[in-house]
Design a protein around this ligand. Structure first.
Ligand code: S3P
Length: 178
């Protein structure tokens, strides 16, 4: 009998701190699928943190690495992917993976993500300036139209982590084999 087809990649998009990595990893565990965090993978390949890549090689270099990774992922399926917050707004990235990939937008308010990011050890180079809340509002204003092109929006403001994982896993299930 032929093997069942792999489900499409499930891609989580949203602002930095929206929960893409945390939710993505847990959903992947639940669904027994591989998980890939883009920033982590790029940092591993480059041998430098994302903050250092931005500082020493510039954002353009980072975006090119992000694009290369996206291109590579066209050749596979069935993973849960967490690209960085800028990925969905860069022309051409989404079209490389969808279709057949499916995208979920984890919506979160700038105030909420700033609170979460303050607890995180990962430095976000784009938020290193004097007014991170203002920057997050600007990023959201610039990017929301791209985030909203997702197949589904999950509002992280109205659910705790467990319900969020349940909701995203449930959606992933409905995307199977479509
Ligand atoms: C970025 C978000 C970061 C990382 C880089 C740029 C952005 O990822 O890719 O610092 O443009 O919003 P997270 O969304 O995981 O923080």
């Amino acid at each position: 009998m032929p093997a069942p087809p792999s489900p499409p990649h499930l891609i989580l998009v949203g602002l930095p701190g929206a929960g893409k990595t945390t939710v993505g990893r847990r959903v992947a565990e639940r669904l027994e699928r591989p998980f890939l965090d883009f920033d982590r993978e790029i940092a591993r390949r480059e041998g430098a943190s994302v903050a250092r890549i931005f500082a020493e090689r510039g954002e353009g270099y980072f975006r090119a690495a992000e694009r290369r990774l996206t291109e590579e992922l066209r050749g596979s399926a069935g993973m849960v992917l967490a690209p960085g917050g800028g990925w969905a707004a860069i022309p051409g990235n989404v079209a490389l993976l969808r279709p057949p990939g499916r995208i979920i937008y984890l919506r979160a308010d700038p105030e909420t993500v700033l609170r979460r990011l303050r607890r995180s050890r990962n430095q976000r180079p784009l938020l290193a300036g004097p007014d991170p809340l203002g920057t997050l509002h600007r990023l959201l204003a610039d990017r929301e139209e791209f985030y909203r092109q997702a197949d589904c929006v999950v509002d992280t403001e109205v659910m705790d982590l467990q319900r969020l994982i349940d909701a995203v896993a449930e959606l992933a299930w409905t995307f199977r084999g479509e």
